[in-house]
Design a protein around this ligand. Structure first.
Ligand code: ATP
Ligand code: HMH
Length: 279
């Protein structure tokens, strides 16, 4: 069920090479079929080989971007990615509080795949205090969950324990992503009365730039389209799995995942009725 008129917002950093950050988010929104909007928090000079420099945008322009978007086109879901500094986190949190923010997905981005710190160490406490409690769902990977909770994670059981601790910090749901562990790629959806396991085979691919940004944007898109949390995570897990399966070599380092929706394949075989466009 796509609807190209359903607005979805990403608040995140720009990745000049197009594999992660704002660019991955907007590609995901389009592939899943929502209307993508963006508030840029920082600009990274980044390619498939690493992050080479970062410039944060001013608090003023971040606030203004959020205000003009919410006052004109109210998003059906909002995803937060790279937020960089304590000041930027406070600005985003204070500005969002003025609006009725639906379906807030917080991806607690900390360190890029190439090892560059995208969140200043002194900003971690602010992320925990201000953004995590506002979230409908938080989507940490293993190292991020370890940073947030102080719990060392080696097994799926550890993921569950850390996920429950993050849940106690105030979000409605936590998706603990197991991409960094060995074996099958197992993610856990944890809520007050929810515990679901989403499992896929580990794909032996080197091109996984932007996987975290992509799954959180996919969840935001599906929530905006009206799917419940379990279906949103299920469909997003399917989306990221095919995106990784079809990831490709471009550039000289860790290439990007491929954005396309499985329905597109079906549609070429004549099942156009699945593509629901807004009137
Ligand atoms: N090799 C793989 N094969 C299959 N699925 C994977 C693989 N690596 C990651 N995933 C899945 O991709 C999604 C993103 O997980 P991951 O833990 O890699 O996020 P991330 O570390 O936040 O990504 P990033 O490094 O881009 O920030 C999860 O659903 C995870 O299970
Ligand atoms: C801008 C940006 N956001 C998030 C990530 C994810 O690691 C990245 N590499 N770059």
């Amino acid at each position: 069920m796509r609807n190209y008129k359903i607005p979805t917002l990403t608040i995140a950093g720009s990745d000049s090479s197009g594999g992660a950050g704002i660019q991955a988010d907007l590609k995901t929104f389009s592939a899943i079929g929502t209307y993508g909007m963006s508030v840029i928090t920082a600009i990274t000079a980044q390619n498939t080989q690493g992050v080479f420099d970062v410039e944060e945008l001013s608090q003023n322009i971040i606030k203004k971007q959020i205000e003009v978007v919410f006052e004109d086109i109210k998003p059906k879901s909002t995803k937060i990615g790279m937020v960089s500094s304590p000041e930027i986190i406070l600005e985003i949190s204070n500005t969002l509080k003025k609006y009725d923010v639906e379906n807030l997905v917080v991806d607690p981005v900390m360190i890029s795949k190439s090892g560059y710190s995208l969140l200043k160490p002194e900003a971690k406490a602010k992320l925990i205090k201000y953004l995590i409690p506002m979230a409908y769902i938080v989507t940490p990977n293993v190292p991020e969950a370890e940073e947030i909770t102080g719990i060392k994670i080696n097994t799926v059981e550890d993921m569950k324990i850390a996920g429950i601790k993050i849940l106690s910090m105030g979000p409605k749901y936590v998706l603990m992503k197991g991409g960094h562990l060995e074996g099958d790629a197992i993610d856990l959806l944890i809520g007050e009365e929810t515990f679901e396991i989403f499992k896929s085979k580990r794909l032996n691919r080197k091109n996984t730039h932007g996987t975290g940004c992509t799954i959180s944007s996919a969840i935001a898109s599906h929530l905006a389209l009206g799917y419940n949390i379990k279906d949103s995570v299920k469909l997003s897990k399917e989306y990221i799995t095919s995106a990784i399966e079809n990831s490709f070599d471009i550039g000289h380092g860790v290439g990007p995942v491929h954005h396309f929706y499985k329905l597109d394949e079906k549609n070429t075989k004549g099942e156009e009725k699945q593509l629901i466009l807004a009137e």
